[in-house]
Design a protein around this ligand. Structure first.
Ligand code: ATP
Ligand code: MG
Length: 204
């Protein structure tokens, strides 16, 4: 039987934005995936500061953003596990839970070149393949990756969207518009909960 091809869109989603959604949509196509799961990290290992918004808010915004897309789902495994969200732990747990799936870890260009530094990357790369989506400002020269890893990474194009959660948080703190940059329902949620009103806010 053909293995189910599952994409994992990992991220902090602080907040989720159109760049994440388009990356996932194009990854579906590029990887011939059956579904993409959006997987908020509890604590991203590569960031020194904790996320600005609490896990339940980041999760709720993801759910609002993907509602209505039958191929998108939430994967709460890293939020449920707590602690630092090491991809290698996640991939091992997913493989044990769903041995019949083939896993595709979706990353933007910034993360793709950083892969050699990921914790236990060799173990991770044995369990998953990577789909590296173009991201403006981060030219991904996959040829520079070590060969054993290069073979596990596929580059995929998407229209350049120069959008980041960092820039969105900054805009919100300055009282500027984030319309058409995050889904409408996400913007409404941010306003309702009063998230990101201060530049350095944590757990708003
Ligand atoms: P922050 O500025 O807080 O780091 P971010 O916009 O980079 O936020 P993350 O949650 O860190 O969002 O990213 C999750 C994943 O989505 C990463 O693999 C990242 O490379 C990818 N990604 C984020 N924004 C884009 C974008 N505009 N185009 C392509 N990939 C993106
Ligand atoms: Mg980022």
């Amino acid at each position: 039987m053909k293995k189910r091809r599952v994409g994992l869109m990992g991220g902090t989603f602080d907040p989720i934005h159109l760049g994440h959604l388009l990356a996932a949509e194009r990854a579906l196509e590029a990887g011939g995936l059956d579904e993409v799961r959006f997987m908020p990290a509890h604590l991203p290992p590569h960031k020194s500061a904790p996320p600005a918004a609490a896990p339940e808010h980041r999760r709720a915004m993801v759910e609002l953003a993907i509602a209505g897309n039958g191929k998108f789902a939430l994967e709460p495994i890293e939020l449920d596990r707590g602690g630092r969200s090491y991809a290698a732990d996640t991939a091992a747990a997913l493989a044990a839970r769903e041995p019949d799936a083939q896993w595709y870890w979706i990353v933007g260009g910034d993360m793709a070149m950083y892969l050699p530094k990921w914790n236990r990357i060799r173990e991770l790369a044995e369990r998953v393949r990577f789909l590296a989506m173009t991201r403006p400002g981060y030219p991904a020269d996959l040829g520079r990756l070590p060969e054993w890893l290069r073979d596990r990474v596929t580059a995929a194009d998407m229209p350049a969207l120069d959008i980041s959660s960092t820039a969105i948080r900054r805009r919100l703190a300055e009282g500027r518009s984030v319309r058409y940059v995050v889904p409408e329902a996400v913007e409404r949620y941010i306003r309702e909960k009063g998230l990101y009103r201060h530049a350095d806010a944590h757990d708003a």
